[in-house]
Design a protein around this ligand. Sequence first.
Ligand code: NZQ
Ligand code: ZN
Length: 400
Amino acid sequence: MLNFVLHTPTKIYFGKKEVDRTGEIVKEYGQKALLVTGRSSTKKTGSLDKVIDSLQAADVDYVLFDRIEPNPRATTVDEGGRIAREERCDLIIALGGGSAMDAAKAIAAVAISGRGIHEYIRGNKTGLWKELLPIREALPIVTIPTLAATGSEANSGAVITNWETKEKSSISGPALFPKAAILDPELTFTVPVSYTADGAVDMFTHLYEGYMTGNEQANVQDEITEGLMRNVVAYAKTAIDQPDNYEAREHLLWTSTLALVGIANAGRGGTFPVHQMEHTLSAHYDISHGRGLAILTPAYFRIVIQNDRPHRLARLGRQVFNVTGSDDLAAVKETIQAIEQWFKEIGTFDTLKNVGVRQADLQLMAEETVRVGGLGKGFLDGTHPISAEEILRIYQDVYE
Ligand code: NZQ
Ligand code: ZN
């Protein structure tokens, strides 16, 4: 395997009712929090009340910033940063899905720097991100995920969209590692069917991207990855059929964290081309990240992986979907079918047309993916350099 440095400093509190300890946990990091949430779910589900009760019991002051939209926008982050500065907050708490957690991390950075977050977005036209990343200064962050999907709760990345330029990409840096993550699976009982499924596909994709593109002599990581993928497949349908099945929710939540905390890809490396292709879709059409990944995955496997690393896809099929074909090429076809079948069972199988994408935009989006995700190279990194033409073929393959 490759040499690696692994640093996962986030202190994780996992289990039933851990959310009730929020006040006591965050007190170590600050006295006045900006509490960052999405626009409605935390109020409807009662998770916001739980956090507020716990903050009050621990005498931690807070200001609520409840304006984060899915696919969080740079303008909203900048507003949060301004409020954090004006209110002299010394801590950021994120309560919500990946969008609230990512926005909270970005707010923690701009609250200190006073800059616009769009300047930091990796791959953007201004080029400023080259100087500003990695982010080394931010207010302390504590995350409380309410949706199992992104793994943002314990990693140092965030994904922000500049809606004006349609640039959606990541920011990252050591200062964005949350100090603590409070993982209470019961907070995810209320996640609707569609987001439960999209979240499952997101964590599955985090797992297969490095597995497909990274170093092939990292068997420990490969087996960790396969085990985590088996858990997603085993528990996603249960969580959809029985939303308050604790066992299913706890396994999904912990898998989502482990999938993107650095462990699976340490020593294996790898790149995330499907993510780059998806970010352009959600930047242009504001669709759910996991849904976009579900649409693109079969096409990526058919057009790229089936040719470049059929043995990896065959191994995934055998280890995760009980594919039996002993010949790799037969196993590859069976694996793609099995993945599509799983997406159908959990209700995420979809097409670009069905989520509202216009065919006339595919060419532009393929070029934009390479511009933003290619970081000036003119292609995406993967098992081979992926050009705009190839991305266009992938988009067309799953258009309708
Ligand atoms: O916005 P509110 O009102 O809170 O409702 C949300 C939203 O409508 C709702 N929801 C969340 N928890 C709920 C709930 N509804 C009922 N009960 C609950 N317990 O679900 C909807 C989707 O939420 P969102 O946060 O947008 O979803 P997700 O967690 O999938 O996050 C997606 C964002 O994360 C980025 C994506 O690109 C996207 O912008 N990613 C972040 C990553 C990271 N930081 O490491 C990696 C990922 O690859 C991903 O790119
Ligand atoms: Zn993702």
